[in-house]
Design a protein around this ligand. Structure first.
Ligand code: PAF
Length: 287
């Protein structure tokens, strides 16, 4: 079945209220569209665990900085509808910006501390925009479970923390990163890469693996590991390293030694395209 596209808040509320009244559970996959196999895996996970699956497609202006790619972010609603159909979504919620952010909206949601480093440092206001839109979507759809990808590790941790701190009645499910055969993490932004950039992009993941191997061999000094990581990334032709960090996996704070679960997290510009990836060392925490 091709899932219908619902554009207004009252309409999607009527749909999800009716589902709940029938005693059915709702799985929710928030997206910005330009759907790929990573999103499809989230939708399939929701399909397997819930009676009814809602996918939102909304390019959220408040999470983009003034010089970022909001205007050129790919908008591919027809193709997205097919991905949703194949992965088993029941309905697509694709609201207009003016409905999500009516004039004279003044409220934001912010999770302190977890957004201080990594993407939060490079993209001021980004996580405030993410948390605000995700909280609004949770309040509109009121899902039982919401699905996020581990590729956006910091985002997933921040949303999990937000839900815990604010007693939001939704379970957060974090699904593994989906990769191309050569290791490149799937991202809607991969389509911006030139053929030459695409050819070297898997080296980002390889750099993470190299550092993980050094950790596995007993190296724990993060300053040394971070400079080795940065050197690996800078050796990729056409790159500029935004950050290359090892932080604690729970609160995303800098570590001097790897003495607890940690995440190796990078953001790299390949030409003008900013890509992120990460690798968890140790058991998942804070979920
Ligand atoms: O990960 C994304 O695509 C976005 O940050 C999200 C969670 C849909 C909020 O706009």
């Amino acid at each position: 079945m091709v899932p219908p596209i619902v554009m207004t808040i009252p309409e999607i509320r009527a749909v999800t209220d009716a589902v709940r009244q029938q005693g059915q559970t709702i799985g929710f996959v928030p997206t910005m569209g330009a759907l790929h196999e990573g999103h499809a895996s989230l939708i399939r996970a929701a399909r397997a665990a819930s009676d009814y699956v809602v996918v939102s497609i909304f390019v959220n202006p408040t999470q983009f900085g003034p010089h970022e790619d909001y205007a050129k972010y790919p908008r591919t609603l027809e193709a997205d509808q097919l991905v949703c159909a194949q992965a088993g979504a029941d309905v697509i919620f694709a609201p207009r910006v003016e409905d999500m952010y009516p004039a004279n909206s003044f409220s934001y949601v912010e999770v302190a501390k977890l957004g201080d480093h990594l993407c939060g440092r490079s993209r001021p206001g980004h996580f405030r925009g993410v948390c605000t839109v995700v909280m609004k979507l949770f309040n509109i759809i009121r899902p039982d479970v919401a699905y996020f990808g581990a590729k956006d590790y910091q985002q997933a941790r921040i949303i999990t923390q937000m839900v815990r701190d604010l007693n939001v009645p939704v379970r957060i499910a974090i699904e593994p990163t989906v990769r191309e055969a050569d290791g490149l993490a799937l991202s809607s932004r991969n389509r911006y890469l030139s053929p030459a950039e695409r050819a070297v992009a898997p080296r980002i993941q390889q750099a993470l693996q190299t550092i993980a191997q050094r950790v596995a061999a007993g190296e724990v000094d993060t300053a040394r590991l971070e400079s080795a990581l940065e050197a690996e990334l800078m050796a990729i032709p056409g790159t500029r390293v935004d950050y290359a960090k090892i932080v604690d996996a729970e609160f995303l704070q800098p570590l001097t030694r790897i003495d607890r679960p940690a995440v190796i997290a990078v953001a790299v510009f390949l030409g003008t395209t900013r890509l992120i990836d990460n690798l968890l060392i140790g058991e998942p925490v804070g979920r």
